[in-house]
Design a protein around this ligand. Structure first.
Ligand code: F6R
Length: 608
């Protein structure tokens, strides 16, 4: 949600901090700040409401120091403002803290600290940490001890980095629920909430575990637990390419990520298709065929687009494996005291692997003895670690706030799982071969859709100034409509509503008018005639129709049509979704929106 960076070494920290924050800005972007322990003593802080570029403009040339921390924020406690931006300090300005997560007992701690004389200058929960650490940093106490003691009084989630004016030879970081990763350089060390801030500087990283702290010095680090036991962590090597973190000549990350899909789909499929047995191999499930046969139901849990990808996944599992499957928002599931059944397989879906609601849903299932698989993009993330097994997407880093390539790879992962499940149950070898062949053809078919980007831009310009848009699809098409509407509203701010095409005449048909165009998913499948009838009903009410179809409907039924290559019916939703990504992107560009950083949103939602 927010981003953290830290540096300690012989160089000046500020350029790294600002560059690292710019790379993390997709995680949160309403305010930003940096603090450095100056070479002349004391801590210098600059923080502003606004973007990292605003912060960079506000940092004076003489803002130098070899030890520093920085933060880019997505407001949870208190409005975006200079005062609420991180880093936060105690009253003596000895300690500076940046924090991701939520301190649940902040009000209680604030009252206690105020009674002891602390004067609070922000509305944030984070400021509590600064005062609390300072209260423990008495004469002769090492910073790590002060941080450890302070965290012992805290209830909540945190990733933090702490700077001490009196011990500028170290930074102390800690993790509980919000990621912290250390980067190992040559006589310099880095830390961040996300490797994307580090890959320009080092590939050697250490991911802290929940409940772990580290003292980071220029020449190394020491990790330990909240009860002061030393831990021994081996560095791992980041294998994502550096250019994944650049726009690579595209105008926006979103457009780049949409265009990366042929490659990301290939990576999700790579090494997993078995042509001989017409099935898929998924090494990380940690479930053998006998255990899989005992599963009677599948429940998929995710938020936002991950939930919609789960709806496509449920459809695939029901169709190919004939096992009842259902997708539910993890954010709802976790609060409704769900019944956990022994013969149900729970599957958590998350690009970031950090979404708090999804993580909490996984924990709820596990607490009640259920078995959870993860369909996750970020290797080693909290959700991936919490699950009993799963499928990594290998889609590569997704930087733009709106999910595109991870969405598509999630559906591919479900297709592989459904195929694997299906072939354990009653899916015939012939049907298995049909799906394997269709999966292999997808990257080229996606390329065909992407080649229409300019034409779709023209359509987007035509429809972008509508007062709203309706998205409709039947059965397999309905999750496509939901995801299409979601993408349009989140990045273009055009109101969009998704409905099952079959439900239109039960109410929302009343909305149809020339000002409210409809995007209709019209695959050439067994429901084609029904869909064409619905188009007729819309046209009869003077509605405009943009069809996304395998064959163009008659001109009297659709004003415009985007043609999509045909896959097998079970996989068609995946291809029908790609033009809707482009439609949303080009509409957002036409409306001059901040495409990669839409207002009010952040990439990973690590709060409830
Ligand atoms: C939509 C979008 C969000 C995320 C949701 C879950 O484009 O990006 O709806 O899909 O917040 O995020 P992850 O997949 O990281 O759990």
């Amino acid at each position: 949600m927010c981003g953290i960076v830290a540096y300690i070494g012989p160089k000046d920290a500020t350029p790294f901090l600002l560059e690292g924050l710019a790379r993390l800005e997709y995680r949160g972007y309403d305010s930003a700040g940096v603090a450095v322990a100056g070479r002349t003593g004391g801590i210098k802080v600059r923080k502003v409401k606004g973007r990292v570029a605003d912060l960079a403009a506000a940092v004076p040339v003489r803002f130098k120091g070899g030890t520093g921390i920085g933060h880019t924020r997505w407001a949870t406690h208190g409005v975006p403002s200079d005062a609420n931006a991180h880093p936060h300090q105690d009253n003596a300005e000895r300690i500076a803290v940046v924090h991701n997560g939520i301190i649940e007992n902040a009000d209680e701690l604030r009252a206690r600290l105020t009674a002891e004389g602390a004067v609070f200058r922000s509305e944030t929960d984070t400021e509590v940490l600064a005062h609390l650490i300072a209260a423990h940093a008495t004469e002769g106490v090492e910073l790590e001890e002060a941080v450890r003691a302070a965290l012992g009084k805290v209830v909540g989630t945190y990733g933090i980095a702490v700077l001490d004016a009196e011990q500028p030879d170290r930074i102390v970081v800690a993790r509980n629920g919000s990621p912290i990763v250390l980067g190992i350089g040559e006589k310099e060390m880095f830390a961040a909430s996300d490797v994307s801030a580090l890959v320009r500087y080092t590939r050697q990283v250490v991911h802290l575990e929940d409940g772990e702290l580290a003292t980071v010095r220029a020449d190394g680090f020491r990790t330990f637990t909240e009860d002061a036991r030393t831990t021994h962590r081996q560095p791992s090597t980041v294998d994502w390419e550096i250019d994944s973190y650049d726009t690579g000549g595209y105008e926006h990350f979103l457009l780049k990520e949409i265009h990366e899909q042929p490659g990301s789909v290939e990576r999700t499929l790579s090494g997993r298709l078995d042509e001989r047995f017409a099935t898929a191999h998924l090494g990380g499930l940690n479930l053998d065929a006998r255990e899989l046969r005992e599963i009677r139901r599948v429940k998929i849990l995710g938020c936002g687009s991950a939930y919609y990808a789960g709806e496509m996944g449920a459809q695939l599992i029901e169709e190919l494996a004939r096992i009842p499957a259902h997708s539910e928002p993890a954010s709802e599931f976790r609060y409704r005291n769900p019944v956990i059944e022994a013969d149900t397989l729970y599957i958590a879906v998350s690009q970031s692997g950090e979404t708090y609601d999804t993580l909490a849903a996984v924990q709820e299932v596990k607490r009640k003895g259920g078995r959870v698989l993860g369909v996750v993009n970020t290797v080693g993330s909290a959700i991936a670690r919490e699950c009993d097994g799963g499928i990594y997407l290998h889609a590569g880093p997704e930087i733009s706030v709106a999910s595109t390539k991870a969405f598509t790879s999630t559906v591919i992962a479900f297709a592989l799982l459904a195929l694997h499940f299906g072939r354990i149950h009653d899916l015939s070898p012939a049907d298995g071969r049909r799906i394997v062949a269709a999966l292999k053809a997808l990257p080229d078919q996606i390329r065909e859709v992407l080649a229409q980007s300019d034409a779709i831009a023209g359509l987007a310009a035509e429809y972008a100034d509508s007062e709203g848009m309706m998205f409709i699809g039947r059965v397999r098409g309905y999750p496509v409509a939901r995801e299409g509407a979601q993408k349009l509203k989140e990045i273009s701010y055009v109101h969009a509503e998704a409905y099952p095409a079959s439900e239109l005449k039960h109410g929302p048909l009343a909305l149809i008018s020339p000002e409210l165009p409809t995007v209709a998913l019209v695959p050439d499948d067994e429901l084609l005639d029904k869909n064409l009838t619905t188009l007729g009903e819309i046209k009869a009410r003077s509605g405009r129709v943009l069809a996304v179809a395998h064959r163009a409907p008659e001109a009297k039924l659709a004003d415009h049509c985007i043609l999509v290559p045909k896959s097998e019916p079970e996989l068609d939703p995946l291809l029908l979704n790609i033009p809707l990504q482009l439609l949303a992107y080009h509409a957002a560009v036409a409306l001059k929106r901040d495409v990669d950083k839409p207002r009010n949103l952040a990439k990973s939602v690590t709060v409830e």
